[in-house]
Design a protein around this ligand. Structure first.
Ligand code: ADP
Length: 501
């Protein structure tokens, strides 16, 4: 049964139409059990609205819709690759057209500042458009071996892609997942994070408007252990792509192993080192390093949460870093000059405060911050911690908040050892004006992304993913296409006689 959109009030007093059903077969439908759950405004801690919750049986319905859309001879499978590309580029255009409403929803539901939310929508549209361009450029190779036979490869879609996304970049992760999956000709059942279901549901209106055939993109709101697990375990799901915590990444892999051995790609946590050498441009290093940790309130898997500064400039760097951090505008995400809004939930707020306490208990020094900001919502002051050592919990575990630890190092060998001393390998950065240091250190870092003299500048053309326990596979760029295709080898016999026994 179809479900109508509801009017949602914005802090400005205006309202907008929010779809709340499960998006299946291009309609917003009621789940079988008819249950809803609240989504909370992290700036106030109060509910925004309720959306319908997908359970196992609703995952079945969405997967069936996707299976049907993927059937050989279906409307979708009969599209030319260029027509498929047009659908994605149209979707990107529509996202740009609706940037204000999408960004507003993102700020409301996730708490990110409106200026950053607008940037997220633009990055999302860029990603979708980029993959639209790939649709008619995906093909195999020919292998010319001898005249008697002809061999070639085909890059075929995997089929039904189960995609599970987190709450820190709701619309951007939706785009990173849908873009390459559709570019390769797959169909999608995507589950949003329970904390932030709204922007993806709204964007599904644009999926329909762009003209995607029914069942190609299906989006469910629901909880990880119920709908997420059902998707990861589903026998008719051919691949699962997940972004989130390492602990859940393990559960997804297990669910795949215990069901149909579906392909798995994982983009997981990080504890990324940001290395500042004596010869760095210190003012630029301070600004980028602030952005490296406080962007998106520290809720970035690649956040530069461990800063290592070479002895010669340590004191000066720390002093300048603190001055810059103190100037961060924290508060109402809808104010144009706000940089840092609230953390996404009470649970995240409590986790982060727990890490700050653990740091204090282990003897670290809280230079600034460490407390709640304001009276309501889940705001945390930008926090700088020094006097740390490698064994401390705050140097080993992902905090996922506006909390940075700054430590000293002596030389390259010392900092490489420290940088590698975690289970993660998602990202790293090097600040230096010496080209040799930049290249030699970035070559040695165990990380899927290395920034030289910048931080957090992600681009849809460059692959993103982790070494070590930060993940499996790559998102973005041409590399993501490998994750969404099967390669088939075809032998074509021209005149080779059958073997004689
Ligand atoms: P975080 O700890 O940052 O909230 P999670 O890794 O718990 O991140 O969640 C990321 C996504 O994974 C969310 O969409 C969540 O619902 C989903 N999820 C959580 N647990 C499971 C699970 N056991 N199986 C599948 N998906 C899950």
């Amino acid at each position: 049964m179809a479900v109508d959109s509801i009017d949602v009030q914005l802090p400005s007093g205006k309202s907008y139409k929010q779809p709340i059903g499960l998006f299946v077969n291009n309609e917003y439908i009621l789940p079988k059990a008819g249950k809803k759950f609240e989504t909370i405004n992290p700036s106030t801690g109060k509910p925004i609205c309720e959306v319908y919750e997908a359970k196992e049986e609703d995952v079945d319905v969405a997967v069936e819709a996707a299976v049907k859309a993927f059937k050989f001879g279906s409307e979708y499978r009969s599209l030319t690759s260029q027509a498929r590309g047009k659908l994605l580029t149209k979707l990107a255009d529509l996202m740009e057209r609706d940037v204000e409403v999408l960004a507003t929803i993102e700020s409301l539901d996730n708490g990110k500042s409106i200026s950053m939310a607008r940037m997220d929508v633009q990055l999302s549209a860029n990603c979708i458009r980029y993959y639209g361009g790939w649709c008619d450029k995906i093909h195999g190779k020919t292998m010319e071996v001898e005249n008697s036979r002809f061999m070639y490869t085909r890059h075929e879609p995997v089929g039904v892609c189960g995609q599970i996304i987190p709450w820190n970049f709701p619309l951007l992760m939706w785009s990173w997942k849908i873009g390459p999956a559709i570019a390769c000709g797959n169909v999608v059942v995507l589950k949003t994070a329970e904390q932030t279901p709204l922007s993806a549901l709204k964007a599904c209106e644009l999926v329909k408007e762009a003209g995607f055939p029914a069942g190609v993109i299906n989006v469910l709101s629901g909880f990880g252990k119920i709908a997420g697990d059902a998707l990861a375990r589903h026998d008719k799901v051919d691949k699962v792509a997940f972004t989130g915590s390492t602990v859940v990444g393990r559960a997804i892999m297990k669910a795949s192993a215990e069901s149909n051995l579906k392909k798995v790609t994982l983009e997981l946590g990080g504890k990324s080192p940001n290395i500042i050498f004596n010869d760095a441009d210190i003012d630029q290093a301070v600004k980028w390093s602030n952005f490296g940790i406080y962007y998106n309130h520290g809720q970035c898997c690649c956040a530069g949460s461990r800063i290592y500064v070479q002895e010669g400039i340590y004191d000066k760097f720390v002093q300048k870093f603190i001055e810059t951090a103190k100037a961060t505008v924290v508060g109402d995400p809808f104010k144009e000059d706000t940089f840092q809004g609230p953390q996404v939930s009470q649970l995240q707020f409590d986790r982060i405060m727990g890490y700050i306490r653990a740091g204090r208990d282990e003897g670290a020094k809280i230079e600034i911050g460490g407390e709640r900001h304001g009276e309501e919502g889940y705001f945390i002051q930008p926090t700088v911690i020094t006097n740390v050592n490698q064994k401390m919990k705050i140097m080993q575990e992902e905090i996922f908040g506006p909390v940075v630890a700054i430590a000293k190092f002596t030389d390259i060998e010392d900092v490489i050892e420290k940088a590698h001393d975690t289970t993660y390998g998602l990202a790293a950065a090097v600040f230096t004006t010496n080209l040799k240091t930049a290249i030699q250190v970035s070559n040695r870092l165990e990380a899927g992304t290395v920034w030289v003299n910048s931080y957090n500048t992600i681009h849809h053309q460059l692959p993103f993913g982790g070494f070590k326990q930060s993940g499996i596979g790559r998102e973005l760029g041409k590399y993501a296409l490998h994750e969404y295709t099967h390669v088939k080898g075809v032998h074509l016999n021209l005149e080779m006689p059958a073997p004689i026994y």
